[in-house]
Design a protein around this ligand. Sequence first.
Ligand code: T4K
Length: 420
Amino acid sequence: MKRHVRDLAIFGGSALFRNPRAVGRPNQLDRQAFLRRISDVLDSGQLTNDGPQVRSFESMVRRVAGTRHAIAVCNGTMALQIMAMACGLTGEVIVPAMTFIATAHALKWVGLTPVFADVDRHTHTLNADSVEACISPQTSAILGVHLWGNPCDTDQLRDLAHRHKLPLLFDASHAFGCQTRGVRIGGLGDAEAFSFHATKVLQAVEGGAITTNDDQLAERCRRLRNFGITSLTEISALGTNGKMSEIAAAAGLTSFESFQDVVGSNQRNYDQYQIGTSGIPGLEMMRLTADQFGNAQYIVAHVVESDFGMSRNELLAILRADGVFARSYFEPGCHNAIPYSGKAAHHRTELPVTDQLLTEVVQFPTGTGVEANDITAITDLVRFAQRNSTEVRSLRAAQNTQLRSHPNDPVVVSTMPDAA
Ligand code: T4K
């Protein structure tokens, strides 16, 4: 419990957590169950190339996504690449700038130009008006991202895609197990791409999948995943090696066994954060609407500097020094990343909401490794920082070069660049 501003670790006080609480730390797999599956894989001799573990994993993904097809691949980035190739996209694809860089990179790697559209301030998903302003004769698809598991506004995007005769695709990397108005994420649009990276709510260490109800599209994805091979003597497409291994699928199947528990624990953590942050001026927790079901794998909030008394980056520095490894995903925004900045085609419209969000959005630690009393301590720390923001700022101004970071922090946070 901090009593004085000088008790904050950034000013030399002792850290709240010696072992930091982090965003994205993998949820543990049941070791015995995983080892049993690995043993089965080794006994079978089938280590990869569409074996039984991958097929079982695909059937589980199909069940949760509610689709006819699920094609497992080696990671979420590859799922996006194969999905784009299988849809025969050319030229430009409209994506949000507010997403993980992999959404844009995956397109670029298959020769497409991502064109960045703005997002809605409350859901952080594509704004249909901004998408429409980005459409050009070169546009070949719209790729929405269900960021943080928030479903895109599919009605508006579907209508737009329909009017412009464009395929509608989704990056559902954050949204496994989510629903909107009773419809499961996975079957929205022409196809959706998932990530099952170790940091995700369902994990295969590294893994991904494409889901679709389109039989022919599914067949093309399967072929592209395996070098474009159609038979022993025929290669019919420019494919790649996107296969998921049997060991990764074994991890994924093991992760499935605890999936509901992980989601339940995330949701309890979310509720606890809601309670703990209630009434803190300038700290707005992101909420789903009543007709949406989320997996709560990201705990997202806005820090509104004018009300909170300090910026998101100042808060981050304080938290991290105390061992609360909160994040500022997805700074700097795809449009500001070196491979995309400064190129006219990527900036067809202004991105005022994205630019604002990139300075104020924060993600708090969660997952099964984060306990209820950890969250109470974290939210008390946030409240303490806000209440004492004036004193924090003046002390910081006096000590700017001597600020401490947590000894285990891989990110250097010894100065705060946006000092007032
Ligand atoms: N589209 C979207 C919207 C995405 O968010 C992503 C991936 C993709 C597409 C592409 O999917 P993949 O190709 O990755 O399947 C993570 C993940 O690498 C990435 O999968 C994810 N999105 C992105 C949002 O975040 P980091 O930079 O947050 O991970 P890192 O290394 O900082 O780890 C988080 C915390 O967990 C740290 O405290 C370290 C700890 N950790 C991490 C790993 C991996 C562990 O303790 N053990 C571990 O094994 O990237």
